[in-house]
Design a binder for this molecule. Structure first.
Ligand SMILES: [Zn+2]
Length: 419
């Protein structure tokens, strides 16, 4: 994008510079230059007067959503097999589906649909798992780039404790990963991330090699942690030298040595929650997935009180929707159920969960998810509903988050560029 490109959006600007409170600028101008926010103005400054204004009337303009945990190859299995719990669901559905991505024609079809759905849903940034297959992973990199989306994308690594048809040779797995890193490290919006599926499907050699790659190329890491009691017991049996699940990742430089996302983090001790905070590891709350696979409820309030920065994830296909407003709603609903059993932990509020899906999760990408000066101009426009009585901007966002759909989104921008 040319550095001088100036974007001017007019509407009612709404975002969460801090967790827990919406900042609202009715009838204002949001101005970005070279893909970065310059500021919000009630009156258009003189120097911009001759430029094109994208005038959305009194529609809401909010930051694009950030999905910090999702599995692109599971797009075609959304809603299937959700009467299983995690390990059976992996064996009965997911591994079979992911095996189809050895065919690049299949990958092309599913990944196009996946990326189109991200765009229509207003998700401008995401952290994505592909499969073990390097060629289809390369295709997903290209599709995301073509659509103008921002993403961290990881080729999945797994070399043990999974069916042979989807099990990698350790050295080949590391070599294929490094090849993709070299091809995509300098890309502007779509970048590689180290992605061991989770500890049980990784040998010590694989984890060691992946940790080395993360440090060598200063790359972020994503994986799964403490989703399900059966999984935790399995990790303890496989790695008896470590007395906690997270220590398996930590030992191999895959836990906060570089920026790290850990999906789920449901069954952690208080000490482990404190370690997330000190190591600045971002737990990704995937409420739909946690409900569907009967995994449990992440103690979000307890984590916030411990100073942890939480992100939100759709986690399809264990989750059943890529539409982040519904993930926001489910996170709030689960926190309400949790608070019934834990009086000291108040439920999440809407602006708190909105923050997780914008600035909180966005911080993994740098200055993303807010409209403060210097932030990436990632924005979506929410169409007004023609209701018999007018809603305030605060009511409009409440209505959209709870009842909206992709059809309510009129426009999407990533880094100042219209999608
Ligand atoms: Zn996952």
């Amino acid at each position: 994008m040319e550095k001088k490109y100036i974007l001017i959006l007019k509407g009612t600007i709404l975002f969460t510079p801090t967790a827990g409170k919406f900042e609202i600028h009715p009838d204002s101008y949001l101005i970005a230059q070279g893909g970065l926010i310059c500021g919000i103005y009630k009156d258009l400054p003189e120097k911009y007067k001759d430029l094109t204004i994208e005038d959305y009337g009194n529609s809401l303009i909010i930051p694009g959503f950030v999905d910090l945990h999702t599995h692109a190859p599971q797009f075609n299995q959304i809603g299937l097999g959700l009467d299983y719990k995690l390990l059976d669901w992996l064996n009965h559905y997911t591994f079979q589906e992911e095996n189809k991505f050895r065919q690049i024609e299949y990958a092309q079809k599913v990944y196009e649909k996946f990326a189109d759905t991200l765009v229509s849903s207003g998700t401008t940034r995401s952290a994505i798992f592909a499969t073990i297959h390097p060629k289809s992973c390369q295709i997903l990199f290209e599709i995301l780039k073509k659509k103008g989306l921002g993403a961290y994308l990881g080729k999945v690594n797994m070399d043990t404790k999974c069916p042979d048809f989807i099990k990698e040779n350790t050295q080949q797995s590391l070599a294929n990963t490094e090849e993709l890193i070299l091809a995509w490290s300098d890309s502007e919006l779509v970048k590689p991330i180290i992605t061991p599926r989770f500890a049980p499907t990784s040998t010590r050699k694989l984890l060691e090699g992946l940790g080395k790659l993360a440090l060598k190329y200063n790359l972020p890491v994503q994986s799964h942690l403490a989703e399900n009691p059966g999984e935790i017991e399995w990790v303890q049996a496989l790695f008896p030298e470590h007395d906690a699940y997270y220590k398996v990742y930590d030992h191999y430089n895959l836990f906060g040595q570089t920026p790290t996302l850990m999906a789920h983090c449901i069954h952690l001790t208080d000490d482990e929650i404190d370690i997330l905070a000190t190591k600045k590891v971002v737990p990704v709350h995937c409420p739909d997935s946690n409900l569907n696979l009967t995994s449990g409820i992440m103690p979000t309030r307890k984590m916030l009180k411990a100073g942890v920065n939480i992100g939100l994830g759709s986690d399809i296909g264990a989750g059943h929707s890529l539409f982040m407003p519904q993930i926001i709603v489910r996170a709030i609903q689960l926190s309400k159920i949790y608070s019934l059993q834990h009086e000291e932990d108040a439920p999440l509020t809407l602006p708190e969960a909105f923050y997780m899906a914008t600035k909180g999760g966005g911080s993994f990408f740098g200055k993303v998810g807010s409209f403060e000066p210097g932030y990436a101009a990632d924005a979506i426009v929410i169409k007004n509903e023609n209701l018999p009585s007018e809603l305030s901007p605060l009511e409009e966002i409440q209505r959209f988050i709870y009842t909206g759909s992709a059809q309510n989104i009129a426009a999407r921008y990533t880094a100042g560029k219209k999608l």
